[in-house]
Design a binder for this molecule. Structure first.
Ligand code: 3PG
Length: 202
């Protein structure tokens, strides 16, 4: 199952489910229509559930490490599942539930194993530490049919370089909705950061 995501994916860590609703509003106000809620806090599943009530926001769940994570995310209304690495049972459960699977890869071997599932979009993580755009260009030359969604160390200064590579259909990052800003309920700043991120696409 593939999914049509926008080109910029905020990756969020939510400490309180009560922040989910205003965060969704802030993302939408900043022109963002997709979000990855990471399973890094106890509040994450409930936060994803509340965000997924917005019809105009495509909500995915990230940091999915187990099949149980996938099932809980699907129950919460997630439309896509992201993992930091290639965890084959997670991919299998995701596809079995009819959701889009976006596992992380860090090597050509992992990319080849992920491609065997017929996946058309792969996360590259941690992108900057792995070699950034140059690493993606090297992989894209060997696997021209694969599309990449890098994350890890991407921000306003290097986002444009990733977005201009033809094999990169989307980039992910936490810079548009930093955990501390969510905790501080600074949703105006988050909306502004999202608007600024959108301007990278112009
Ligand atoms: C991820 O899950 O891809 C990372 O948490 C995003 O990395 P960043 O915080 O460096 O943007």
């Amino acid at each position: 199952m593939s999914i049509s995501l926008g080109r910029i994916l905020p990756i969020v860590v939510i400490d309180s489910a009560d922040d989910a609703e205003p965060l969704a509003e802030a993302l939408l106000a900043g022109g963002i229509r997709q979000v990855e809620v990471t399973l890094r806090t106890p509040a994450a599943i409930e936060a994803a559930r509340r965000m997924a009530r917005h019809d105009d926001l495509v909500v995915g769940v990230g940091t999915a490490l187990t099949t149980d994570d996938v099932s809980r995310a699907a129950d919460a209304g997630a439309r896509f599942i992201v993992s930091p690495g290639l965890i084959e049972p997670v991919v299998e459960r995701t596809l079995a539930l009819g959701l889009a699977s976006i596992p992380g890869i860090a090597t050509a071997t992992e990319l080849a194993r992920a491609s065997a599932f017929g996946l058309d979009l792969l996360k590259v993580f941690p992108a900057e530490q792995l070699g950034g755009v140059a690493m993606i260009a090297a992989l894209a030359a060997v696997f021209p049919e694969v599309r990449f969604m890098p994350s890890g160390g991407i921000g306003p200064t290097n986002a444009g370089a990733y977005l201009s590579h033809p094999a990169v259909t989307a980039i992910g990052g936490s810079w548009m909705a930093p955990r501390e800003a969510i905790k501080a309920r600074d949703f105006l700043s988050i909306a502004d950061l999202c608007t600024a991120a959108g301007e990278l696409l112009r």
